[in-house]
Ligand binder design. Structure first.
Ligand code: ADP
Ligand code: MG
Length: 251
């Protein structure tokens, strides 16, 4: 079963008197373990899609299913619980808490989890700071770390809850090219080692070489879906396919 199903999702934002349609009946199945790049120009709907998959926003129409479960109709508290068990987030601007050390930032999302006791938390903090190569920076605050190091802390924080899915919204946008490449290679290595599903948005064409799923999004619509297997990439023209499906539904 797909770990994430996006089912005919529409997202509208109210902007003054106007409705902005950020996603137009988007459907997407995401299999467990993939390393999926969502590519598209600025304003095409990448962040909107990631926020919906991450249950930090709700669709205007359609459904989001995580592990086959519709996430609609849950209380904010239930959704926060679902997120804290299932989803790790990595943001473009790192979003670390400035008053906490690297170690405390990694620990923070685990505090919500009654099933992870203090001993287990400190074990995971140590382990994941090692995984991202920051063991010796555990006691530094974010403003004492470089951009690349901050993003590594954010990756450790996302992984420490043992998520099914890691969502990353343009994780390399604020990093120089070399550091960005290192961060992507780290994410890909973790994806291969642990089988954790990664879904990330990017402007960067180089990222495609590393991924095994590619979603091209333009003006709120998925236009191309790329799937890579051992013999290379296969592309599906989603616009054409969706027109076909819409026709069938109407009959
Ligand atoms: P991307 O991440 O690809 O740059 P977004 O998902 O952020 O795209 O935005 C898609 C569209 O929705 C854009 O036209 C943007 O201006 C609009 N949008 C995004 N968030 C809001 C919001 N909170 N209120 C109004 N419009 C928004
Ligand atoms: Mg965005």
């Amino acid at each position: 079963m797909s770990v994430v199903q996006v089912d005919r999702v529409v997202k509208r934002y109210r902007l003054g008197e106007q409705d902005v349609v950020a996603l137009k009946r988007v459907s997407l199945d995401i299999e467990e373990g993939v390393f999926m790049a969502i590519a598209g120009p600025s304003g095409s709907g990448k962040s909107s899609l990631l926020n919906l998959i991450g249950c930090i926003d709700e669709p205007s129409e359609g459904r989001i299913l995580i592990d086959g479960q519709d996430v609609a109709g849950h209380t904010p508290d239930e959704l926060a619980d679902l997120r804290s068990r299932t989803i790790g987030f990595i943001f473009q601007t790192f979003n670390l808490l400035p008053v906490l050390t690297a170690a405390e930032n990694v620990e923070y999302p685990m505090l919500r989890r009654a099933d992870i006791d203090a001993a287990e938390r400190s074990k995971r903090v140590k382990h994941y700071l090692e995984v991202v190569g920051l063991a010796q920076y555990a006691n530094r605050r974010p403003n004492q770390l470089s951009g690349g190091q901050r993003q590594r802390v954010a990756i450790a924080r996302a992984l420490a809850i043992h998520p099914r899915i890691v969502l990353a919204d343009e994780p390399t946008a604020n990093l120089d090219r070399k550091t960005g490449d290192e961060i992507l290679q780290l994410m890909r290595a973790i994806n291969k080692q642990t089988g954790t599903t990664f879904i990330f948005s990017t402007h960067d064409k180089r990222v495609m070489a590393m991924s095994n799923r590619l979603v091209r999004i333009e003006d709120g619509e998925i236009t191309i879906l790329g799937i890579r297997n051992s013999s290379g990439w296969t592309y599906v023209n989603e616009r054409r396919r969706n027109r076909g499906t819409a026709g069938e539904v109407q009959q």
